[in-house]
Design a protein around this ligand. Structure first.
Ligand SMILES: Cc1cc2nc3c(=O)[nH]c(=O)nc-3n(C[C@H](O)[C@H](O)[C@H](O)COP(=O)(O)OP(=O)(O)OC[C@H]3O[C@@H](n4cnc5c(N)ncnc54)[C@H](O)[C@@H]3O)c2cc1C
Length: 398
């Protein structure tokens, strides 16, 4: 039952793209709801555009955002702490520092966690030697330092994870922009992608770009060729597949993924490792009164992207406002546009619209760049991508 308008409390766990958007859209649009956002980090660095940082084209600072505006302009209470547990009966969140936060509705946006037990030898300690750089920040800096100090002629080995994972074009965009950097500064170097899959998103667009921009520099080996990734050895920077062992001068190991730890611990994830949600409200299908947005969710054709996390968050915020305050219900509109860089002046985009259908979320429209587009078209996509970054991060944090 809805509480009185003056006292409804929503706690949002996770101040990344999904969580910050839910908090902002609730606080900005729903009178009478008190919003608290729990996030351990003082500042958030975006994964998107981190390949530009690896290529030396952007600073990490330019990808980093604070929570001041969310607190000052929208009155959101920001708690810099880690949510350690949820008590769905008492409706409280236990903080790592020892406090408790009561809620009427809870939103979880914890992002991803890594399946460290999936590949022999790759555990949390191994990330210090073979960074995943799949959560932006210190890991991304470490990978950049390793690439900077790699000698010309070295092999940069990327291990790409099985589906589903955060940002389907991400590993291949990273390969493209590191190749762009190598081409200028370490032209004898090579990139080898060992894939856990047999195909990947926008494959034709990438492979066309690799031939045009970086001939002979990037090699991609699918799982059917290697027999799959079996183990890593951090001592000699090698990755063992079923048939062969590959060594790198720098190894970027992107592990298999699942919903963030708290979602697992709170019983919000099913056997797939991801959290099933109602498509119109993003309420958990496993626990009523708790909503989940962002990469942690599952249910249909949703790619794990920042754009879609932001779109889901708006649907979720308006559904919570309607449930708590009786405000108007809106039909959900979900969109995703991803811009992918192939070189400094060459980018492609894919845009999809999604709709609830039969308890899941399905793609209803799709528009994607094509092989053979002229250079000016691709330069315009680069321009649009840069404009999108500023507008999008303002929508989330500004
Ligand atoms: C290399 C790369 C490139 C990408 N490029 C693009 C792109 O071009 N376009 C695009 O749309 N997407 C892109 N993405 C994907 C995008 O970054 C993610 O989809 C997006 O960040 C998901 O948002 P989220 O809110 O689910 O998770 P996140 O943004 O990761 O936020 C999760 C937050 O929850 C916090 N948290 C976790 N557990 C707890 C807890 N127990 N208590 C409190 N806080 C907690 C974390 O500290 C974190 O801040 C890219 C990703 C990568 C890795």
């Amino acid at each position: 039952m809805a509480r009185s308008q003056a006292s409804a409390r929503v706690v949002v766990i996770g101040g990344g793209i999904g969580g910050a958007t839910v908090a902002k859209y609730l606080a900005a649009n729903a009178a009478g709801i008190e919003v608290t956002l729990v996030e351990p980090k003082a500042r958030y660095t975006t994964c998107f555009f981190s390949a530009l940082y690896l290529a030396g084209m952007r600073s990490l600072e330019s990808l980093t955002h604070g929570y001041e505006t969310l607190a000052q302009r929208y009155g959101i209470k920001i708690v810099h702490d880690f949510a350690a547990a949820i008590d769905p009966v008492a409706k409280t969140v236990n903080l790592k520092s020892g406090g408790k936060l009561p809620y009427d509705r809870l939103v979880l946006a914890p992002g991803i966690a890594f399946k460290f037990d999936a590949i022999e030898g790759y555990d949390e300690a191994a990330t210090k030697i073979m960074p995943h750089a799949w959560i932006a920040g210190p890991q991304t800096e470490l990978l950049r330092q390793q690439l900077d100090s790699m000698e010309d002629g070295g092999v940069f080995l990327i291990v790409s994870p099985p589906n589903p994972f955060r940002c389907p074009p991400g590993p291949y965009e990273r390969a493209s922009l590191v190749a762009y950097y190598f081409k200028q500064f370490k032209p004898r170097s090579k990139i080898l992608i060992l894939d856990a899959k047999d195909s990947f998103f926008e494959q034709e667009l990438f492979q066309d770009a690799w031939v045009r921009h970086y001939p002979g520099m990037i090699e991609w080996l699918p799982a059917q060729f290697t027999g799959g990734i079996k183990a890593v050895d951090i001592k000699d920077l090698s990755v063992k597949t079923a048939g062969e062992t590959f060594k790198g001068a720098v190894v970027n190991f992107i592990p298999p993924q699942m919903a963030g730890g708290l979602a697992q611990q709170a019983g919000l994830a099913d056997q797939s490792g991801w959290c099933p949600v109602e498509p119109r409200t993003f309420e958990s299908k496993l626990q009523r009164g708790i909503h989940i947005v962002g990469d942690a969710t599952s249910g249909g054709d949703m790619p794990k992207s920042a754009f879609l996390a932001n779109s889901q968050a708006k649907v979720c915020a308006f559904a919570i406002a309607a449930a708590l305050t009786g405000s108007a219900r809106f039909a959900p509109h979900l969109f995703n546009t991803c811009f992918t860089f192939l070189a400094a002046d060459d980018a492609v985009s894919d845009a999809i619209a999604l709709e609830p259908e039969g308890g899941a979320i399905k793609i209803s429209e799709i528009l994607i760049s094509e092989v053979g587009e002229d250079a000016e078209t691709r330069r315009q996509v680069v321009k649009a991508a840069n404009g999108w970054y500023d507008a999008f991060t303002h929508d989330v944090f500004g």
